[in-house]
Design a protein around this ligand. Sequence first.
Ligand code: V47
Ligand code: SF4
Length: 356
Amino acid sequence: MAVADIISKVEAGGRLTFSEALELWKEAPLWQLSQLAVKAKRERSGDKVYYNRNFHLEPTNVCQFECKFCSYRRSEGEQGAWDYTMDEVLDIVRQRKDSGATEIHIVGGVHPTHDLYYYTEMIRRVKQIMPQAAVKAFTAVELNYMISKAGLTTVEGLQLLKDAGMESIPGGGAEIFAPEIRNEICPQKGSAEQWLALHRAAHSIGIDSNATMLYGHIESIEHRIDHLMRLRLLQDETGGINAFIPLKYRSANNSLSHLGETSVIDDLRTLAMSRLILDNVEHIKAYWVMYGKTTTELALAFGADDIDGTIDDSTKIYSMAGADDTRPTMSVEDIERICHNAGFTAVERDTHYNQI
Ligand code: V47
Ligand code: SF4
């Protein structure tokens, strides 16, 4: 189909097929993708752009796996490794107890010995300190590892975590689903089917989640579309995905550094195409920590309706990989200014996208 016909189809609310998405991604002028994506965004959230008050908790960067794109992981005892004790983790939470945060995002490495029961205890004790904050915790990869090691079914393991206070699952670990890329960049991480099954199981017991895609390394546009379509299928089935977050590969200090980084134009096309392909996912998040503040402002002109949160200098994953802000923090005033400059209104939300 010609680009003009595909655009008319999208404007009329039609769903993109694989070949239509490919044609649009490769051939549509940037300004037209912007227009289409913003129209789709405005139909869902009008002038609103969401943010939350949050912080990350990264209990350890000790990881069993060695994903080639990762700048964060260390082996046990290696220089730069950290592995906080339970008391140290709880101290971090105590220090932020009155910060106004409504969400604590907990992720770390796939640790060789911290198990499911250690992490349920961690969540329980974190919630005792900050009962008002939602715990959004652990990528599907960490969860699959700790649950299978405990010898439980996925639903049994997730139920234990839910009972301890875990309300939601972040989107990490998805990377690129296609096996030929996955086996190359993160061979130990488990398959696409395992990632999707974990999220499906979570949705079935009332835990909602996010989804990500790591792009801008060795994958092709076809691999990205395949990834987005697998997510669209899951969302048709469960409706449990809150937000999709395209994650730009950042190239500092990892085994793929020689690849460099993709362009801002590619970032914007990827955002817009994510919005258009994922017609059943309400929110597209421009994660400002990864893009930097300037690209985030632009992202709002390409279909994003969420920029994540205040962060409060609590995450190292992106600064270790070369992101602009080495101590990422945004005040609510900064967030409001960025949204206003892009022509939108900042709206504070909770983890489940209820307006606060
Ligand atoms: O799965 C690791 C990515 C993810 C690099 O759900 C990298 O709200 C780029 O999932 N360059 C974890 N990306 C982070 C994540 C996330 C972040 C923010 C919000 C949410 C949410 C989820 O980070 C990993 C991987 O895809 N990652 N290394 C890198 N060098
Ligand atoms: Fe480990 Fe996660 Fe880094 Fe992979 S991306 S090496 S699983 S910390």
